[in-house]
Ligand binder design. Structure first.
Ligand code: HEM
Length: 505
């Protein structure tokens, strides 16, 4: 008979061996790309993705150190992200193929890629992530309202935004102001008033419960560990359970705001907000309640986060090039009396396009999965069920498209007059040398809206203030995720009365 002690120690040995095997198996899956991944493209070391959590390094440094050369040479690479190995491309020809062949490179957002995660619970199955017929349905409902909209709230909010900054300067002439939180409030108010039919109240209310809630859940969603290993969201970790609950609460609160504004008083029947179109589609059963909620949430999320990033980037470049670009554009807008003409100012628009090129707000997007084994370009064989994404920063800094000065901030590259600037912008998008707004059939539906918001806010800022980068602010971009200057702080100086009080509307 085996003694209980011997039995126990044998069991311990077996458990230890199983755990060791599991550990090595998981480590192998993280360190080495799947064996059926293409050998014709390089592998970015798995640890690269963890470096910003350990060292004081931002994503532009990371790109320059680890991705620039492989992407320049091969146009594609294998990269570990989101608990799995993926293929990321930056060569315009590869982007063109991926964007065009939607059946093979099928959209597969977080709701499919990591359905157990907090981020998937947040945005669900929406117009950006959906594929095929479902996407077509969403697009047919939402496209019109995102293309035809009333810009008036942008003007009012830009003024409110500047008033808030004026108050922060107080009775001094200038002050050092961390700008991120106010930009977020502005962008939330803009998108909620222009597309959702309610006022988020970010600029008007000092304490705003919905905003507090949003800031809180964003911290949990963009937690670096869970962003890299969303797999752990399926474990019963109390903090993550709380995050799920709070995300659900936020979604319900958002819909309830829209219900109060649009549904209860039947305003949706008369208005052309995108949210009204979604409510009508829900009422006639084209979409269900979850689809309605998912799309309302994505309108708020994409509609405020992306402009927030681009505005931060624009204010950063204007601060950095205060004596040149800021000065020149201020002179240019001084003569504008008709708001519509902002879209026709060569300096303002070439500046905006260059800012978008230099720091594309959505740096890397990996949300397509191959529906079959396929060939990318002439020699990259990709197995079925592989996640494929694109690196906007890489595409926008490719020397082949943008010349040897691709890394330089050089708005002149877009042209001197509005006709050539617009032509170059369109051509850069259609050749995918510039993919910051995607392009093709799945092109961003908010580009027109976002760019109008940028022009109007920048013009108002230039009329009110002169600014440079705060001497206390360390020039650094976000370490991971969306790309923009990290916790930007500006040295804002109030401008003389004449220019600041000039009316725009
Ligand atoms: C201003 C900065 C913005 C940038 C840089 C930007 C960028 C992008 C990109 C890269 C995509 C494609 C995503 C993918 O490949 O999965 C996209 C799609 C989309 N964006 Fe934007 N976006 C911006 C603003 C907005 C705004 C203000 C809205 C308004 C709600 C918006 C609504 C959308 C929608 C609805 C799609 C999905 C289009 C489709 O698949 O049919 N975007 N955007």
């Amino acid at each position: 008979m085996v003694s209980p002690f011997l039995f126990e120690s044998k069991m311990m040995q077996i458990i230890l061996v199983v755990l060791l095997i599991l550990f090595f198996y998981l480590a192998f899956r993280i360190v080495v790309p799947p064996l059926n991944f293409p050998r014709t493209i390089p592998t970015i070391p798995f640890y690269v993705i963890f470096l910003p959590s350990i060292f004081d390094i931002d994503q532009v440094d990371l790109f320059n150190l680890y991705l620039k050369e492989p992407l320049k040479k091969y146009g594609a690479a294998k990269i570990f992200f989101g608990s799995r190995w993926n293929i990321v491309v930056s060569k315009p020809e590869y982007l063109a193929q991926i964007f065009k062949d939607e059946e093979t490179f099928a959209k597969s957002g977080n709701q499919k890629k990591i359905p157990y995660s907090v981020i998937a619970a947040y945005t669900g199955d929406n117009i950006i992530s959906a594929h095929g017929e479902v996407w077509k349905t969403y697009r047919s409902i939402m496209a019109n309202g995102l293309q035809q909209f009333d810009e008036t709230p942008f003007y009012h909010n830009a003024k409110l935004f500047c008033d808030i900054l004026q108050k922060k300067i107080g009775d001094k002439d200038e002050a050092l102001i961390p700008i991120s939180a106010d930009i977020q409030r502005l962008c939330l108010d803009n998108i909620s008033q222009v597309t959702l039919g309610f006022d988020f109240g970010g600029l008007r209310e000092e304490y705003n419960p919905l905003l507090e809630h949003l800031v809180n859940i964003k911290k949990q969603i963009f937690h670096p560990f869970f962003l890299t290993f969303p797999f752990f969201d399926s474990f019963p970790i109390p903090a993550r359970k709380k995050a799920f609950k709070e995300v659900e609460y936020f979604r319900q609160e958002l819909v309830s705001h829209i219900q109060q504004q649009l549904i209860k008083n039947f305003k949706f029947e008369q208005t052309t907000f995108v949210s009204s179109d979604l409510v009508r589609a829900f009422n006639n059963q084209t979409i269900n309640y979850k689809q309605l909620t998912d799309n309302l949430v994505i309108l708020l999320v994409a509609g405020h986060e992306n402009p927030q990033l681009l505005l931060t980037t624009s204010l950063y470049f204007l601060g950095k090039y205060k004596d040149t670009w800021q000065h020149k554009i201020r002179n240019e807008i001084e003569n504008v009396s008709e708001p519509k003409t902002l879209g026709e100012l060569p300096l303002l628009n070439s500046f905006l396009y260059e800012a978008t090129r230099m720091l594309p707000p959505l740096n890397t997007i990996i949300n397509r999965r191959t529906s079959r084994s396929c060939r990318l370009g002439s020699d990259i064989i990709i197995p079925q069920n592989t996640y494929v994404g694109y690196n906007n920063f890489g595409a926008a800094h490719e020397a082949k498209s943008w010349g040897t000065e691709a890394d330089k901030f050089h708005p002149e590259r877009w042209g001197d007059d509005m006709a050539s600037i617009s032509k170059k912008w369109k051509s850069a998008k259609s050749t995918h040398a510039m993919s910051a707004f995607h392009g093709g059939r799945r092109a961003c539906l908010g580009e027109k809206l976002g760019m109008a918001e940028m022009r109007i806010t920048i013009a108002e800022m230039l009329r009110n203030f002169e600014w440079s980068l705060s001497p206390h602010w360390k020039e650094k971009m976000t370490p991971a995720g969306p790309l923009s200057p990290f916790k930007l702080e500006l040295k804002l100086k109030r401008l003389e009365f004449g220019l600041s009080k000039k009316e725009t509307t």
